[in-house]
Structure formats: structure tokens, C-alpha cells
Design a binder for this molecule. Structure first.
Ligand SMILES: [Zn+2]
Length: 294
């Protein structure tokens, strides 16, 4: 049966009808978040109304969003679309759309999509990682999302690994996100005397022998290894799937993997660390899959 999924982003809202493995119908609208909370609800309702004729029997609608969703009352926290924070988004969406909604953060949607339809297929436990503007993670066990009773499972981005590290918006210091996000890598490159360039450009400069970029990338890879090894030592996933803009850095799959092996609580690392298979569509596909059993 065709499913409806919606990915609520800071700049665009994307909806799909998912039929089997393939997104069949796509709708994209601008979020226009500067127009406020009620406007965003209206925009989501427009997307769902446009998709509805292609999936008339979808009884539940899956929606992915940045930020974390309170297990207690469904309110949103830590979203970069700040007008959503503190609002009962889940209840308001159900009231506006007139159907049950499953709401999950975008890293969980990514992990679910990759586990069922992407690079994690066939693996019993999948740890899905987002390395982008922020750092997130999601855990899928036997094709089902494990979000935990407090709805924080997989949130390795806020493991504090250096008490003297940079301040994080969550109120602590030295969180993984403050070291492994794209903006964090770019900031370290500037602090080391490098130019204000993108993460991809820093990696390219390191590959072509630039001394500053090499030092910054080696440091990044080492922290990646330390942070991910902590997760692997607890969860021991069958596979780790990387997503987000920085998952395009090839260095993570060679030296990055070796760094994880250095820090993991084992004399070898057998865990595959692989790039995602679904690209930018993983989030919205995962949102659609929220409404189904595997
Ligand atoms: Zn933090």
C-alpha cells in the first residue's frame, strides 16, 4: 500500500508517496519558517493534500524533522527551526491533518531508510550516522527503529568527549557535534591558519599535500575514531552507515575506519563502515516508512 512521508527541513518541506522501494510522487515547497509556526503547519498540510490522491488509503503519515521530540509530551527541542521548539508539534499535526502522525527526528528517519532499503539492508543492527551541519544518529534493530523510552537513543552527537572542548548549544562542552560537524571542521581549519573553505575543500587540500589541511584532517579523523568507537563498543552494530554532507569524504572509510579500530574495545574491528545508498532521499523515505511494519 502506498505510504506518505514528509521531511520537514529548515528551508524546504519535501513529501513523497512511497510505493514499494520507489518514491512515486514528490512535492517540494519552501518552509518559509520566518512566517512562523502556524504557517509551517499550513505548508505541511498543503504537501499532504497534494500527495493524498496518490495514497488515499495511507492511515498514518510519517514526518521527519530536525530536533528531538520529548517522549513525555511530544514537544520539540533543539530544532534549528526555532519557532518549532517548545510547541506540541505532534498533537498539532494530528489535529491539522486529521490522521495519526508518527513524528521522528531526521537521523532516525535516515537510519530506518538505510536499514530497510539502503546500505544497511540485511543487517540485524544498523547504526545510522548523520555528519553534516549537525551530528546525529539512529539505531535500527531487526528493521525496527529503537528510539528508547526517553527518545534519545543514538544521540552520539552529544557525547561529551572533551570537557575542555568547544561550547555546545546543549549546554555542555566538547560534544562530538562540536568536533565532527561540517562547521566544526571548517572552524578548526580557520583557527589553524587555513582559509575559510568548505569541508570538502579542506579534504581536497589535505589530499594534495597542504600542511595545515593535513593536520586538521588527521585531527578530525582521530576524533571521529574515538567518538564512533565509543558507540561501537556499546552497541556493536552489524554495520555503520554514514550520511550527511561529510559522508562524501572518502577519508572516513580508510583512515577513519582505522581510527575507530584504534579506539574500539577489541583487538580488531569487523564492523563495516559504509556510505549511504539513498543519498538525500533517505530522510523522506524513512519518514514514509515510519508508518509501517517491516
Ligand atoms: Zn551538545
Amino acid at each position: 500500500m502506498p505510504l506518505i512521508g514528509v521531511d520537514l527541513g529548515g528551508t524546504k518541506i519535501e513529501g513523497i508517496v512511497l510505493d514499494g522501494l520507489a518514491p512515486r510522487q514528490r512535492v517540494r515547497v519552501a518552509t518559509e519558517r520566518e512566517r512562523g509556526y502556524d504557517h509551517i503547519l499550513d505548508r505541511i498540510a498543503e504537501v499532504v493534500a497534494a500527495l493524498r490522491p496518490h495514497a488515499p488509503d495511507a492511515a498514518v503519515i510519517g514526518i521527519g524533522t530536525p530536533g528531538s521530540i520529548s517522549a513525555r509530551d511530544g514537544r520539540l527541542k533543539n530544532s534549528n527551526t526555532t519557532c518549532l521548539n517548545g510547541r506540541p508539534l505532534h498533537a498539532d499535526l494530528e489535529a491539522r491533518l486529521g490522521v495519526p502522525v508518527r513524528l521522528e527526528n531526521d537521523a532516525n528517519c535516515f537510519a530506518l531508510a538505510e536499514a530497510r532499503h539502503g546500505a544497511g539492508r540485511g543487517h540485524e543492527v544498523v547504526f545510522g550516522v548523520i555528519l553534516g551541519t549537525g551530528v546525529g544518529g539512529g539505531i535500527v534493530v531487526r528493521s525496527q527503529l529503537w528510539s528508547g523510552p526517553q527518545h534519545i537513543a543514538g544521540e552520539w552527537g552529544h557525547h561529551a568527549i572533551d570537557p575542555a572542548g568547544p561550547e555546545c548549544y546543549c549546554g555542555r562542552r566538547g560534544c562530538v557535534e562540536t568536533m565532527l560537524s561540517g562547521p566544526a571542521l571548517e572552524a578548526r581549519h580557520r583557527a589553524a591558519g587555513g582559509a575559510a573553505v568548505s569541508a570538502a575543500e579542506i579534504a581536497a587540500r589535505a589530499a594534495s599535500g597542504d600542511a595545515i589541511a593535513i593536520a586538521v584532517v588527521e585531527d578530525y579523523v582521530d576524533r571521529f575514531g574515538r567518538a564512533l568507537a565509543n558507540v561501537v563498543s556499546i552497541l556493536d552494530p552489524a554495520v555503520v552507515v554514514l550520511g550527511g554532507g561529510l559522508s562524501n569524504l572518502g577519508i572516513l572509510y580508510g583512515p577513519g575506519r582505522e581510527a575507530v579500530a584504534r579506539y574500539v574495545f577489541n583487538d580488531e574491528l569487523r564492523t563495516p563502515i559504509v556510505p549511504n545508498a539513498l543519498g538525500d532521499s533517505a530522510g523522506v523515505i524513512g519518514a514514509a516508512l515510519l508508518s509501517t511494519a517491516p
